[in-house]
Design a binder for this molecule. Structure first.
Ligand code: GAR
Length: 207
């Protein structure tokens, strides 16, 4: 039984999708803790209601990024995770932190990486005249919103789309690809070599 720790900063809808798929599909895994860097993260309530341990490591309580990273890693490691899942976790993590979880930490980003890392991805995609937008699940490296790509989903950018309408359509796809990627990981279906992720059975790594 693989142990999953999920990190959130807010709403936690991707965390919810992962918890629900894990239970409904009987994965060989369990979400053992949900950790937030903000005490008011709305997703904490859902986790608690589902009997999952919730923890807050408030970044405001730490003078430096390093001190926060150290406290966060201690809180995570207490739960002995096989996999750490960043689900809308909006803090930049240091290189040592990324190295510590190398090959066992996933992130979702609402763009077709390597396009548009960072913030305001949907607005930037619309302003660039992109015809496709989407989301990417990737292994985390020290570089922000960067790392070996596990799965991507594309949506069309429609005439008249604004940041909100595009974000909503992409989020719907996020709720499909993030559970898929986590399931593949806990079922040992992912192979990572030379920065490229493949699926052991050749499953399509896109939606
Ligand atoms: C999601 O759209 C996720 O892709 C994005 O934050 C949102 C969190 O929503 N993450 C990033 O921008 C990371 N760079 P959620 O809290 O409802 O899952």
């Amino acid at each position: 039984m693989k142990r999953i720790v999920i990190l959130i900063s807010g709403r936690g809808s991707n965390m919810r999708a992962i918890v629900q798929h894990c239970v409904a599909e009987g994965w060989p895994a369990r979400v053992v803790a949900v950790i937030a860097n903000r005490p008011d993260a709305a997703g904490l309530a859902f986790a608690a209601e589902h009997g999952i341990v919730t923890v807050v490591v408030d970044h405001k309580a730490y003078a430096t990024r390093d001190a926060f990273d150290t406290a966060l890693a201690a809180a995570i490691d207490m739960h002995r995770p096989d996999l750490v899942v960043l689900a809308g976790f909006m803090r930049i993590l240091g290189a040592d932190f990324a190295r510590h979880y190398e090959g066992r930490m996933l992130n979702i980003h609402p763009s077709l990486l390597p396009a548009f890392p960072g913030l305001r991805t949907h607005r930037r995609a619309i302003e660039a005249g992109c015809k496709l937008a989407g989301a990417t699940v990737h292994f985390v490296t020290a570089e922000l919103d960067h790392g070996p790509i596990v799965v991507q989903a594309a949506v069309t950018v429609l005439p008249g789309d604004n940041e909100e309408t595009l974000a909503a359509r992409v989020l719907e796809r996020e709720h499909a690809i993030y559970p898929l990627a986590v399931r593949w990981f806990v079922e040992d279906r992912l192979r990572l070599a030379h920065g490229i992720v493949t699926h052991a059975d050749g499953a399509a790594q896109w939606l």
